[in-house]
Design a protein around this ligand. Structure first.
Ligand code: ADP
Length: 718
């Protein structure tokens, strides 16, 4: 084949192969801005070159005309796709709307229709054309119709617009890319250069080299678009390494455009993985975090921690931003490394809170190593002991130790904590000043992951004051007890001494009243009766005081013997019947036939109990009746019960009345006067007998005192 034909065919074949390869390659990287229209443009060029190639090798006019028409599918779309690519590449993608897109393709579509119907109207080609021999090549040639010019102007306008946009964008490239840039610019201008060559017939070439020129443009632009990916030798390995990193990596070119990121960036900044960041300006890509962007603008190396978001959703990002420089120290971009430090930040905050608590704790806190050497003390410790932090840290915790702490305490402590358990107890320690103090300590071991003890934490409270207070309380208590005993002894002696003269007064007053010492007048008799009554009251009082004092001194002895409950009842109630009658009260007694005829016990004290209860019942009852019952309660127990219909006792006073000197009813008359010892003595006697006293009372309705006692049978009857 002749040389010229080989040359033309080779040129077109190269253009065909390159364009289809680029179409494929860029389609695979269609995420990159501009890549989609670019890929389609390369496809159009592929179609154009291929059909042109076929046209040239077609031998006759008819088939040349057919393939010539076919080339126009590529011819009309290439300028528009170039224009669209330029828009996207220069970040004017927003301009492309649906309507505009359709609008752009109206003329090309009309052109295609005109071409395919040219035989009918000859608008595109004025004639059918003929085959012209040019050197070794036969090529169809036809005169141009008016639509040819319309189509040409339309196409050149878009090629021009695209070229201008791209050239302007490239002019912003940093200087160190100048070498590459010249080649890329040449490629961009290739279609124009070839057109000029063609128009002015500067080279002896007949075929239209435009598809070839555009293929050159494509190659140049592909290089501009994918320079880092194209240049990379092992893209897969790189992706595996960088995407597998925990840290996020953002590489910026000098104009702050992102040329590289990895998966971690999406993850850390919470950007969906399908959102491409590459090719975008940093400020546009990571618009949510202006502070992050702001940092990257600074020239030198920066390390910072940035909070993203607020409240519970707050994330922390640690950021390192480094300028990237080539061998000649030119700034070629910037590397930003980001990492999620949220959990570390949270842990730090936790530690801050805890140490704040420890620092401001009102108790001393000491942390020692496993050897007992102090590693940390809180301010309270320094305040209590007088040792400063520097003085304490490094010393052994036994600097405080004294021999005042009970023997064995320290041994027990070490044994317990070295076994991994918590110990608590008291120490007597020495301050720096030498002063002793007591503390209540709780010491627990801290284990590492393997269970080895690494530290001990002691939480200690100064209890010196408390101890002192306790000691004085014990002393005071002992003193009070002693005073009480002294008082009881005094009372016993005084009462005992009073009884003899009282007996004398009583005897002589009776003699006077009964006229044994000679005739007396009525007034004198009344006076004698008064003396008698007062002396009787005094005697009761003295007796009660003596009883109480004896009980308190634990010197009361029960004199037990056989007695008859019936006789007990009779003796205890004698005189009360008349007293009740005088007050207009009913008085009834009852004895349970089931009670044993004879019991064993201190009859005298039992009578005292009954007299007390019956006396109170009559004293505190104004109307109604008083009933006394002796009854077998259970096979083992019997009961002495005194019930009245008197004023009753409020719930809250029902325990108090059994305490010495407690009186509930403040309204004291000559009739109900007393000193508040009766029930206290009764209660204590009942306890002494192994029994129990029970009270049921309702204010305004009456009271019922029940004395429950174990049944004790006389020895001979057992
Ligand atoms: P005293 O009778 O000497 O005051 P007591 O120890 O016998 O002392 O009684 C204590 C108080 O209990 C009495 O002052 C009275 O207020 C109350 N009290 C005792 N028995 C009765 C009763 N049957 N009804 C109402 N109040 C009673």
């Amino acid at each position: 084949m002749p040389f010229q034909a080989i040359l033309y065919l080779t040129i077109l074949a190269v253009a065909t192969v390159i364009s289809i390869m680029l179409a494929f390659y860029t389609w695979q990287h269609r995420q990159t801005p501009g890549a989609k229209p670019f890929s389609l443009m390369m496809l159009a060029l592929f179609g154009w070159s291929l059909t042109y190639l076929i046209q040239i090798i077609s031998p006759d006019l008819a088939s040349q005309a057919l393939w010539n028409k076919t080339t126009y599918f590529g011819v009309v779309t290439t300028p528009i796709l170039w224009f669209l690519f330029s828009l996207e590449y220069t970040e004017r993608k927003n301009w492309i709307t649906r309507t505009r897109l359709i609008g752009l393709f109206i003329i090309p579509i009309i052109t295609i229709l005109v071409i395919w119907t040219n035989d009918a109207h000859h608008w595109f080609w004025a004639s059918d054309g003929k085959l012209v021999q040019d050197g070794d090549i036969l090529l169809r040639s036809a005169e141009n119709g008016f639509w040819f010019w319309a189509h040409s102007i339309y196409s050149y306008l878009f090629i021009l617009a695209g070229t201008i946009m791209v050239v302007r964008a490239l002019s912003h490239w940093p200087s160190q890319y100048r070498g590459q840039m010249i080649w890329i610019l040449l490629s961009v201008f290739a279609p124009w250069i070839f057109n000029v060559i063609q128009i002015f017939k500067l080279l002896p070439i007949v075929i239209d080299l435009t598809p070839f020129a555009f293929t050159l443009t494509g190659t140049g632009m592909a290089f501009a678009l994918f320079r880092h990916q194209l240049l990379d030798l092992a893209p897969l390995a790189r992706e595996v390494i960088i995407d597998g990193m925990q840290d996020g990596i953002i590489v910026l070119d000098p104009s702050d455009r992102i040329v590289e990121t990895n998966k971690a960036v999406h993850h850390i900044l919470n950007i969906p993985e399908n959102r491409t960041l590459i090719g975008k300006k940093l400020a546009d890509a990571i618009i949510q975090w202006p502070k992050l962007v702001k940092h990257s603008e600074n020239a030198s190396k920066i390390e910072d921690e940035i909070a993203l978001g607020t409240g519970a959703d707050q994330n922390w990002v640690g950021l390192t931003s480094l300028p990237l420089q080539d061998k000649k120290n030119n700034n070629v971009g910037r590397l930003i490394i980001i990492r999620d430090i949220t959990s570390r930040k949270k842990a730090e905050e936790q530690v801050r809170k805890l140490s704040r608590a420890v620092e401001s704790s009102p108790t001393s806190i000491v942390i020692t190593g496993a050897d007992g050497n102090i590693q940390y003390v809180n301010p309270k410790f320094t305040q209590v002991t007088g040792y400063t932090i520097d003085e304490a840290v490094g010393k052994n915790s036994n600097i405080l130790k004294t021999d005042q702490t009970p023997v064995g305490t320290h041994d027990d402590l070490w044994k317990t904590i070295s076994e991994g358990r918590e110990w608590s107890g008291e120490f007597c320690n020495r301050k720096k000043s030498g002063e002793l103090y007591w503390e209540l300590a709780s010491i627990s071991p801290i284990h590492d992951e393997d269970g080895n003890i690494t530290h001990y934490v002691a939480v200690k409270e100064d209890i010196t004051e408390r101890k002192r207070a306790q000691e004085s309380l014990i002393i005071a208590y002992d003193q009070a007890l002693e005073a009480n005993r002294a008082k009881s002894r005094l009372l016993a002696r005084v009462s005992h001494e009073l009884r003899t003269p009282l007996g004398g007064i009583l005897g002589y007053a009776e003699l006077l009243r009964d006229g044994m010492l000679g005739e007396i007048k009525e007034e004198q008799k009344d006076a004698a009766i008064s003396i008698l009554q007062s002396t009787e009251y005094l005697t009761t009082m003295v007796n009660e005081l003596l009883d109480e004092a004896q009980i308190q001194a634990n010197t009361t002895i029960l004199r037990e013997k056989t007695f008859s409950p019936a006789i007990l009842l009779e003796h205890a109630t004698s005189g009360f019947e008349i007293m009740a009658e005088k007050k207009g009260l009913g008085f009834a007694t009852f004895i349970d036939p089931n009670l044993p005829e004879n019991l064993y016990g201190d009859e005298h004290r039992l009578r005292q109990i009954l007299i007390n209860l019956i006396g109170n019942a009559i004293k505190f009852t104004q109307k109604g009746e008083v009933r006394v019952r002796l009854e077998r309660h259970t096979p083992e127990h019997w009961i002495l019960q005194v019930t009245d219909t008197g004023m009753g006792i409020a719930n809250e006073s029902q325990t108090a009345i059994f305490e010495p000197f407690q009186q509930v009813h403040t309204h004291i008359t000559s009739e109900n006067r007393g000193i508040g010892l009766g029930l206290a003595i009764t209660n204590q006697l009942v306890n002494l007998m192994g029994g129990r006293i029970m009270l049921e009372s309702h204010p305004g309705q009456g009271s019922s005192f029940s004395v429950l006692l174990p049944i004790k049978l006389p020895p001979q009857e057992m």
